[in-house]
Design a protein around this ligand. Structure first.
Ligand code: GLC
Length: 583
């Protein structure tokens, strides 16, 4: 599933913030937010997303765990990453595989204990690796004691912690219709009837994921306490889940319909009144105020698939007082190897002065893996290396997804009986869900790819491609995707222009080759990506960009180019990528 959708910001009046009521006024939070120094760790970091269920099993139950991750820290250090984002490891009934949280301040026993977590943080720190937690802010599990209380009676003190409404045309004997046409991301109405108290509750995601009421100051206080809890345990920051969905229109206006139907058979809808409401920014300022109380430049990364650069830049906050790293879904979802399209998007970013540090990624636990998504079916390995160059040489903070460094591919379940993900269960066979991108990490070509003990059934099957695409085999092959990542990761740390330089696209009319310069003082690096299946000979007239130098010294080339190349005549094989110092 492509984690994209059509959204449009709604033109709603700004509601009065309730921040003052809980003692975190946005202005105060803005003042508290530390001023950027330009040298914060996350500016030079590479974030690596781990889906803990699938990384390394240490106790032979077929499910990855914290001890397993700790045992692989040397691998991660050697690869060259700086921070790990752990998808949720809190107690959860697992309806949405951890994104339905029943207790925000504990570890799910399936992953280990709090001591295991503390050990992981300490061991990671020794290797200069930071840990980011997933902050699932929009909703809880229906098993969370907050919701259990909330649904117990209409006058329970926690009733207003969630979003409850009467149905339309409800009578003593009939539940009537849901309050309006709002739809769940996972299909069907976003309203669920609850017989005990005879009202509907709102859930943007699955029925078992009721939305918190962020207009309630008590909810804010409790959820900010969660941030304190993890900051005090050595977390370096948070990835904030589904942040644009925090608020809904208090007038309950119907969302407009769009043409066609989705994979679940529902009419397509524009989430105008349930997504990206302006109040989201009050919360982001407050969250920033909470984490900024802690030393070490804590970082906030947000998941919000903003439809354009203007909407994305709002996430940084007018005074740089919201999040430092909003993920860029537009770049992630180009979904075709198109030099003009990438150029257009990067130009838009680089020419927008309100844009902060970009955060680029191509794969995650919700996206089909980049190996398949960008591959053409014949040159996928070459294209995977080209995509690695794109991800790791552009100005910004890259975010990798475990296994992308091996060219891991999406492996969908073969039968509905094997599907775990709610999206796949509901959308089968048209929509097979997200299991395919969550298969176990491929460590060896041996039994269970080294993920779990021999003879144990892993929670998701090991893809057949694990025989060739695994750490053991690829680390020995100098031309592997793994070694491409390793070299690029080391290069972006050591080369000043790649680490700190500006980014300017060049050769703006080339239909096949996306090329850009990274410049830091007098040092210039040229990156050229042939996004086509044609061999191309390209001339770069760098003096047009004020760069003097007619020779290129390759720093990395997917086709092994070396020596000295003339800028006036650079040969690029199909899907080749070249990173070169201008001399
Ligand atoms: C985010 C997560 C996704 C989850 C959803 C609901 O989009 O990345 O995996 O299903 O939120 O929590």
């Amino acid at each position: 599933m492509h984690w994209t959708r059509t959204i449009q910001r709604c033109a709603m009046p700004l509601f009065l913030g309730i921040s003052a009521l809980i003692g975190v006024h946005p202005t105060a939070a803005a003042q508290a937010a530390s001023q950027p120094t330009g040298n914060e760790w996350w500016r030079h970091a590479v974030i690596y997303e781990i889906y803990p269920r699938s990384f390394q099993d240490s106790n032979g139950d077929g499910i990855g765990d914290l001890k397993g991750i700790a045992s692989r820290l040397d691998y991660l250090h050697d690869l060259g990453i700086d921070a790990i984002w752990l998808t949720p490891i809190y107690p959860s009934p697992g309806v949405d595989y951890g994104y339905d949280i029943s207790n925000y301040t504990a570890i799910d026993p399936v992953y280990g204990t709090m001591a295991d977590f503390e050990n992981l943080v300490a061991e990671a720190k020794k290797r200069n690796i930071r840990i980011l937690m997933d902050y699932v802010i929009n909703h809880t599990s229906d098993q969370n004691p907050w919701f259990v209380e909330s649904r117990s009676s209409r006058d329970n003190p926690k009733r207003n912690w969630y979003v409850w409404h009467d149905g339309k045309g409800e009578t003593a004997t009939d539940k009537g219709q849901p309050p309006n046409n709002w739809q769940s991301w996972f299909g069907g109405s976003a309203w669920q009837w609850d017989e005990k108290t005879r009202q509907y509750y709102y859930h943007y995601f699955y029925v078992q994921q009721p939305d918190l009421n962020w207009r309630n100051p008590e909810v804010r206080k409790a959820m900010y306490g969660v941030l304190d809890f993890w900051m005090q345990r050595g977390t370096a920051g948070f990835r904030i889940d589904a942040v644009s969905r925090l608020f809904e229109d208090p007038e309950l206006r119907n969302d407009p319909y769009l043409p066609g139907h989705n994979a679940y058979g529902d009419r397509n809808i524009q989430h105008k009144y349930t997504d990206d409401l302006p109040e989201v920014h009050d919360v982001l300022k407050e969250v920033r105020g909470v984490v900024d109380k802690y030393p070490g430049d804590p970082v906030l990364v947000t998941e919000a698939d903003e439809p354009n650069v203007a909407a994305l830049t709002k996430m940084y906050g007018e005074h740089n007082d919201e999040v430092q790293l909003p993920m860029d879904f537009q770049i992630a979802d180009v979904n075709e190897l198109s030099a003009p399209r990438f150029r257009e998007l990067f130009n838009e970013i680089e020419s927008n002065t309100a844009h902060g540090q970009p955060e680029y990624f191509f794969s995650n636990h919700d996206q089909r893996r980049q190996w398949d998504r960008y591959g053409d079916g014949k040159h996928n390995d070459e294209i995977a290396k080209l995509m690695a160059v794109l991800e790791l040489t552009t100005r910004g903070t890259p975010q990798m997804y475990y296994g992308e460094e091996l060219g891991m591919r999406t492996t969908d379940p073969a039968r509905i009986e094997d599907v775990h993900d709610p999206i796949g269960k509901r959308g089968w066979p048209k929509e097979k869900g997200r299991d395919g991108e969550r298969t176990p990490m491929q460590w060896t070509d041996g039994s269970n790819a080294g993920f779990t003990s021999p003879g144990v059934k892993p929670w998701l099957p090991i893809p057949p491609s694990a025989k060739e695409d695994n750490v053991e085999v690829e680390s020995k092959d100098p031309n592997s995707i793994y070694n491409a990542y390793k070299r690029l990761l080391s290069l972006r740390k050591t080369n000043p222009a790649l680490r700190d330089g500006t980014q300017t696209t060049i050769n703006n009319n080339d239909p096949d080759v996306f090329a850009f310069l990274r410049r830091d003082g007098d040092a210039t690096v040229l990156v050229a990506l042939n996004m086509s299946a044609k061999s191309r000979t390209v001339a770069f007239h760098l003096d047009e960009y004020g760069v003097h130098g007619a020779q290129l010294a390759p720093l990395y080339s997917t086709t092994g180019q070396s020596g000295s190349l003339a800028t006036s005549r650079v040969e690029l094989a199909p899907f080749a990528a070249l990173v070169a110092q201008v001399q």
